[in-house]
Design a protein around this ligand. Structure first.
Ligand code: F6P
Length: 250
């Protein structure tokens, strides 16, 4: 079992100004989020490790001492002795689980790398990956939606009509479909590595990753609400994926 945390970067200077794309640093609030994020992930990892360790040890004990017909039946001295040691075993096992390798992936954009800066590099394996960068909005990089709407109304409408296939004009401009394609190798790696991780990325990439893991349809995916300062924790299970999310409120 493992935990996959995904989130967008903390608030950036461009988020404040409403500009899309670019490579702005975090705002002050964004930097605060980054600090809370590292504490939060640590806490969740410990809670997960304790829960997993307890379940595993209970399973082991159940197979050693199958359930009795009556609860009132007295415990043997050996059982009692084992019960006494359970808590210690749970703690030791949980410590081993929470010390196991945990990977952090960010994009190569400042706002995403800065969001992971408060994680101790001695404790975490942190990688910056270009594939996780935000959608490239070509010649519309750095503009606000209002500016695009006022200066390029037909383009603005074309994107609203077909957000999935609309490709931004200009050098490197991408569509959601383009980003889905460039993320394919990341998704394969995410499935393959089979260890707990945190991915700090951007709105479009987050929609696509969540869409893949939670089986959203391609038509709804570009419209899903994925605000900043919200952390999604996914636990893949044999029957699907368990999702919990938290929004940080300053
Ligand atoms: O505004 C932040 C941002 O990540 C932009 O950089 C990006 O172009 C946009 O969100 C993507 O969201 P949407 O596809 O809804 O326009």
């Amino acid at each position: 079992e493992r935990q996959i945390f995904v989130t967008r970067h903390g608030e950036s200077e461009d988020n404040l100004a409403g500009r899309i794309g670019g490579d702005a640093p975090l705002s002050e609030k964004g930097r605060k989020f980054s600090k809370c994020l590292s504490r939060f992930v640590k806490e969740r990892r410990i809670a997960f490790a304790l829960d997993l360790a307890r379940r595993k040890i209970e399973q082991e004990q159940e197979s050693k001492y199958p359930l009795k017909d009556s609860d009132e039946e007295e415990l043997s001295a050996e059982e009692e002795f084992d019960q006494h040691r359970t808590e210690k075993k749970v703690k030791a096992r949980a410590e081993a689980i929470s010390n196991s390798q945990f990977t952090i992936w960010t994009s190569m954009l400042k706002r995403s790398m800065q969001t992971a800066e408060s994680f101790d590099p001695d404790e975490y394996d942190i990688k910056h990956i270009r594939f996780l960068n935000e959608i490239n909005s070509g010649s519309r990089e750095g503009m606000t939606y209002e500016e695009i709407k006022a200066q390029h109304p037909s383009e603005f409408k074309a994107r609203q009509d077909d957000k999935l296939y609309y490709r931004y004009p200009g050098m490197g401009g991408e569509s959601y479909i383009d980003v889905i394609h460039r993320l394919q190798s990341m998704i394969i790696e995410l499935e393959r590595m089979n260890q707990s991780c945190l991915i700090v990325t951007h709105r479009v990439v987050l929609r696509i990753l969540l869409g893949y893991l939670l089986e959203w349809s391609q038509t709804q995916m570009p419209h899903m609400l994925v605000p900043i300062h919200t952390v999604y924790e996914l636990r893949p299970k044999p029957y699907g994926v368990e999702l919990t999310s938290w929004t940080w409120d300053e």
